[in-house]
Design a protein around this ligand. Structure first.
Ligand SMILES: [Zn+2]
Length: 235
């Protein structure tokens, strides 16, 4: 589709789109570097945050899998094109966002979902995120990606200690087709939770309690009683 790879970085570059020639207002290498640095070389999609740079085997080289994507397209006929922008505005850092290759494709494939407004919000959040991480030691708190599955569950369950939660027994395997996904549900008090297990039950007369391994629990939310739902899988 793009006719001219040799002259990348020298502006402007022509692009062949569906047989018509449009002028592309591509970013300079300097603008690309600025966009990447402003978000710490992480993808700006808040649901992704993939690292886009790393070492190559050759010690003098670094790998880059990031893309300086245009928020409004570099050429006429492209995604989210804004004809009111001048070529300078189109290749200005303000019109760019740093993404991984997957997310760069994603935003251009579905422009009704990935609007200019949404992408600008992504960029703002990503830059804010990068700012709060500058100079900080990589702890689990500052890097949610480092959080383990059980820690994620503990974080969701912990605020519910002492409150009523729903406990659902989930079916697995072929039983799902016979009795549906939920075997039975009951409400109980959440008594305790650690990284390893969660304890539910009642207090007072006739008190009972039961502990379930966190690895057998999926976290959901019960819209009926507006409370946490613990879905217990028997695997
Ligand atoms: Zn991404």
């Amino acid at each position: 589709m793009v006719a001219d790879f040799q002259n990348r970085g020298k502006l402007p570059v022509c692009a062949l789109v569906s047989g018509s020639i449009f002028m592309r207002d591509d970013f300079t290498e300097e603008v690309k570097r600025i966009l990447a640095s402003r978000v710490g070389y992480l993808c700006s999609n808040p649901d992704c945050r993939a690292r886009t740079s790393g070492p190559q085997i050759d010690a003098t080289k670094a790998l880059n899998v990031g893309v300086a994507a245009h928020i409004t397209s570099a050429a006429e006929g492209g995604p989210r094109h804004n004809p009111l922008l001048s070529p300078e505005e189109r290749r200005h850092p303000d019109n760019g966002i740093w993404l991984c290759q997957n997310c760069a494709k994603l935003i251009d494939n579905d422009t009704s979902r990935y609007t200019e407004k949404l992408i600008r919000a992504w960029r703002e959040i990503a830059e804010d995120h990068a700012l709060t991480l500058i100079g900080k030691t990589a702890t689990r708190e500052s890097n949610p990606a480092a959080e383990s599955e059980s820690q994620r569950k503990l974080r969701a369950v912990f605020p519910w200690i002492g409150r009523t939660v729903k406990l659902s027994q989930m079916t697995t395997g072929k039983a799902v087709y016979m009795v549906g996904p939920v075997m039975g549900s009951s409400y109980a008090q959440l008594l305790d939770c650690t990284e390893f297990y969660v304890t539910v039950g009642t207090t007072g007369s006739g008190a009972w309690s039961r502990s379930v391994s966190l690895s057998n629990i999926e976290i959901s939310f019960d819209n009926q009683q507006r409370c946490l739902e613990l879905q217990e899988y028997h695997r």
